[in-house]
Design a protein around this ligand. Sequence first.
Ligand code: ZN
Ligand code: ZN
Length: 172
Amino acid sequence: MPDELPGVADLQILFAQYNFVHFDGEIPTYRIAYNARFSNVAGRITYKPPLIELSPKHLRGKVDELRETLLHEMIHAWLHARGENAGHTPTFKRKMRELGLRSIYHDLGTAAPLNPSTKRYILRCEKCGMEALRKRKPPPHVTCARCRKPLTLFEVVEMREVEPARAAHRRS
Ligand SMILES: [Zn+2]
Ligand SMILES: [Zn+2]
């Protein structure tokens, strides 16, 4: 295919394979999705509801980086599932080395990931795709101003930032 992006169903299979091979199947089911709206993040993980989102804009044609980003987010999910600190702890780094991942930021960018304790919330309308970011947890039963549909609340654990100016040009 010209866009060189695995389909979402393939990502879901990859997730299941990685989970089995590298994490003893300890990670609960996560939905894997692309989010074309990302402007400066390569990936995003939320635990409630469990969701890993990847940026087609930054990962298109970069299969290795896409796999590494997925694996990186899976380590967070794995630690979270074990009830451990899900941040970039020594355990996290040991697991990274075990899986042959290069570095926390690999070459997607230089910005530090958000501290896992500084939570952000996303309200999303599944009908029109509207998204709103919140620092504090919004009250329940918020509805979309346009569609009058109840919004889904996502709790963001980590966003992996990319360098905005260079990301588009970095090809070796
Ligand atoms: Zn991370
Ligand atoms: Zn809406």
